[in-house]
Design a protein around this ligand. Sequence first.
Ligand SMILES: [Zn+2]
Ligand SMILES: [Zn+2]
Ligand SMILES: [Zn+2]
Ligand SMILES: [Zn+2]
Ligand SMILES: [Zn+2]
Ligand SMILES: [Zn+2]
Length: 296
Amino acid sequence: MEAGIQKLLVEYLRKKKRIKTLEVLCEELIPEKKTKLSFSIQSAPKRPQPEVFIKKSSSKSKKSAASDEKPILPKEFKMIAKKVGLPKEHWDFFYEYRNDFKFEIKQDIKIHCTGNKGHCKFTTEVFENCLVDHMVESHSFGKFPCTKNVDCKFMAYSKECLKQHISKFHGSGRVVPTKDQRYSCKFKSCSYMAARVSALEIHHRVHENRLLLCQFCNYTSNWPYDMRDHMRYHFQIKTQECPVCNLSFINLKALNTHIKFHSSDFSCIHCHLSFKTVHKLNVHIISCERRLSKLY
Ligand SMILES: [Zn+2]
Ligand SMILES: [Zn+2]
Ligand SMILES: [Zn+2]
Ligand SMILES: [Zn+2]
Ligand SMILES: [Zn+2]
Ligand SMILES: [Zn+2]
């Protein structure tokens, strides 16, 4: 049976609450699913290099490909992108956020380091791999292969990332599956269970090291929205404005974390950031960018 039809059938039976039939069907599907699935998954690349950011849409199924067709990039945009030094793989992203970049005016665009949870102040000119050396030297980036599993090809970009992977995929940090999670990982020594075939495919990509790759700093991720936020960090695209002060943030999560601070009593008179304790406020004031920019 084709994976798409399987999925529809399972969903239909679940909706109609035909649990018995569903159970029988799923029992039949489990051995078949493993062999069937391997057809739609591309084999892992020979090189340890993961799949690049944009290639994701070409490997998608026909059904979803129609919904996220690539925009056609105008000639002028391509010319500017080339001039600024943006790697081709990320052009679609920059075109989508072209209004936030304003390349036409700002030719000397800088890329920001995302290290140290976004607190690293390092910036550089934009070109392919422009942050790689800095990430290796200052944020211990590198290539760290998964050590826990002989068949897992995952290559972490940092030690921290490797630690998270091992805990999440091979260790106690793994979430206990619910009864909806009936599709099991095809890697024998991994006990991950997915609720949907699509989630399982995303999970397999990690073991196969078929991830989205940042062409500037070699950061990798499994999730397009995560890579989008990563790019927003690199180029400081802050679209979420705080309604209390005039600071902006790259996404809602960051804004919400910030808003919580407004309810505390210790806020900086220079930038209106708030802190939980007077000590934290004092530490901040020493290095408050807004205060320093007024002084000098
Ligand atoms: Zn840095
Ligand atoms: Zn692994
Ligand atoms: Zn797995
Ligand atoms: Zn990056
Ligand atoms: Zn605010
Ligand atoms: Zn401040």
